[in-house]
Design a protein around this ligand. Structure first.
Ligand code: C2R
Length: 163
C-alpha cells in the first residue's frame, strides 16, 4: 500500500522528537513516508517535494522543525494538502521560537500547529490518522478502539499513587 502520510523534518536531529508520530501511525496501520527536507538547507528539494506531494499520493503532510521553523509554512505554500506543523524544542528558546514561527501563518495559507515536542508529534500522527479515517471506515474502527483502550486505562487506574 502506498504511503498516505509524508512525515518530513528539517534535520536528522529532529528524529527523536518526531518518532512518536510514526509510532501511532504504525499502531493504527497507516503507511507513512519519512524524510529530511529543509526549507533553509535544501530549498530546491523542498519545492520539488511540495509540488509533487499530491502526485505521489499523499493525503496529509506532517512537518517538524525547530528554531526558525519555516518548513511547515513553506510546504503549505506549495501544496493544497493539509500540513500539520510540529514545533521541535530548541535549546536556546525552549521551542517558543519554533512554535511562533509555525503558528503565526498569514491569512490564506494554513498550517495546523500542534504542541511543542514529542506530544505534539504524537498528536500530529494521530490527527493525520483521524483525517484519513473520514474516508476509511476500517481505520475509523481502529481509532475508536485506540480511544476506548486509552479511556479504560485511565478509568481502571484512578488511584494516582499507583502505577
Ligand atoms: N527549522 C529548520 C529548517 C527549516 O525550517 O527549513 N531546516 C532545519 N531547521 C531546524 O534547525 C534545527 C537545528 O538543526 P541541526 O541540528 O541540523 O543543526 C532543527 O530543529 C531543524 O528542524
Amino acid at each position: 500500500m502506498a504511503a498516505k502520510v509524508a512525515l518530513i523534518m528539517g534535520s536528522k536531529s529532529d528524529w527523536d522528537t518526531m518518532r512518536p508520530a510514526t509510532e501511532i501511525m504504525t499502531e493504527l496501520g497507516v503507511e507513512h513516508h519519512v524524510e529530511v527536507v529543509s526549507a533553509h538547507r535544501t530549498p530546491d528539494k523542498l519545492m520539488e517535494f511540495a509540488e509533487n506531494a499530491v502526485a505521489r499520493g499523499y493525503s496529509v503532510i506532517i512537518a517538524g522543525a525547530g528554531g526558525a521553523a519555516h518548513l511547515p509554512g513553506m510546504v503549505a505554500a506549495k501544496t493544497r494538502l493539509p500540513v500539520l506543523g510540529v514545533p521541535v524544542q530548541s535549546r536556546a528558546l525552549n521551542g517558543m521560537d519554533s512554535l511562533l514561527s509555525i503558528v503565526q501563518m498569514p491569512k490564506g495559507i494554513a498550517v495546523g500547529t500542534l504542541a511543542i515536542g514529542t506530544a505534539g508529534a504524537f498528536n500530529a500522527g494521530l490527527l493525520a490518522c483521524q483525517i484519513l479515517a473520514v474516508q476509511d471506515p476500517a481505520l475509523a474502527e481502529r481509532l475508536e478502539s485506540f480511544r476506548e483502550a486509552q479511556t479504560s486505562t485511565v478509568l481502571d487506574n484512578p488511584d494516582p499513587r499507583e502505577d
